[in-house]
Design a protein around this ligand. Sequence first.
Ligand code: NAD
Length: 293
Amino acid sequence: MEILDGKLVSNAVKERLKQQTADRIKSGKKIPHLAAILIGNNGASETYVASKVKSCSEIGYKSTLIRLPEDISETSLLNKLNELNDDFDIDGILVQLPLPKHISEQKVIETIYPTKDVDGFHPESVGRMVQGLPTFYPATPYGILLLLEHYKIETKGKHVVVIGRSNIVGRPISIMLSKNEYPGNSTVTVCHSHTRNLNEICLQADIIIAALGKPEFLTSDMVKPGAVVVDVGITRVEDSSKKSGFSIKGDVDFQNVASKCSYITPVPGGVGPMTIAALMMNTFKACAAKDPS
Ligand code: NAD
C-alpha cells in the first residue's frame, strides 16, 4: 500500500507556482491576487481561509482577506462582490462556504464573474467543464485529479465509484473522470443517499472516491483488494484527548481499509492540501488570462 501524499504533492505544485510567479514578476507582469471573503466566526472556515491566505504569501501572490459580520445583509455582500468584480487588480474571488442561512449561496455563486470564479462553482464554469471547454475546475475535484496524475494512477477503463453527488465534489469529479482524457476515461458510478446495494457496488470499484461527510463510513468489507481509495471527507469529531477538543476524521475507516488498498489518501494530509493547491493553480490561470497577447 502506498500513501497518496497530498501534502507533498501540494507543496510541489506550490513550489512550481512560486517559480512561475517569480518569472512573472521578473518580466514585469501582473502578480496574481486572490480576494477571500470570510463571513462570521466559523472555526473550520477560519482555518481553511487562513491556509489559503498563507499559501498565497508562500507562493508570492497578493491576497486580500475581507472579514464580514455574520449578520451582513445579502445585498451588502453582493455589492462587495461586485466591487471586487470591477477591481482589475483582483484576479480570483472566493467566498468561504457555508454561508449564514439568510444568504442565498446560489446568488453569491452567480454574482462572481466567471473570469474570477477560481472556485469553479459558477454555472458557466460548470457548464464549460461539462462540455470540455477551457474553464476553472472546482478546486477539490481538480486537486484529486492532480494527485492521481502525480502518482500516475491508471484511470483509463477503470471502474470509479464516487460516493456523494454534491455540486462541489461528487458530481464534478464524476464528470471529470468520465472525460476522454487523462486522468479520466473511467467508467463512473455515482452513489448517493438513495443508492441500494452500496457495498456490492463499492466492491466492484477499482477506484473509490468517498465524499459524503460521514466519518469512517467506508469499511474494509466494501473495498476490493488492490483498489485505490480517495478520502474527501473532513468531519470534526469530539476528542477530549486533543487540546482543540476535536479531531478530524475522513469518510474512510483508514485503520482497516489501508492494508487492502494499492493507494490511499490520509486525512488530514490527502485531498485537503490538494484543494488549496488547485485553488492556487486557478488563481494563477485567472491572472495569466489578463496578460496582453
Ligand atoms: P454534501 O453534504 O453536500 O453531500 C454529501 C453527499 O453524500 C450527498 O450527495 C448525499 O447524497 C451523499 N450521502 C450521504 N449519506 C450517504 C450514504 N449513507 N450513502 C451514500 N451517499 C450518501 O457534502 P460535500 O460538500 O460534498 O462534502 C462531503 C465531505 O467532503 C464533507 O466531509 C466535507 O467536509 C468534505 N469536503 C472536503 C474538502 C477537502 O478539501 N478535503 C472539500 C469539500 C468537502
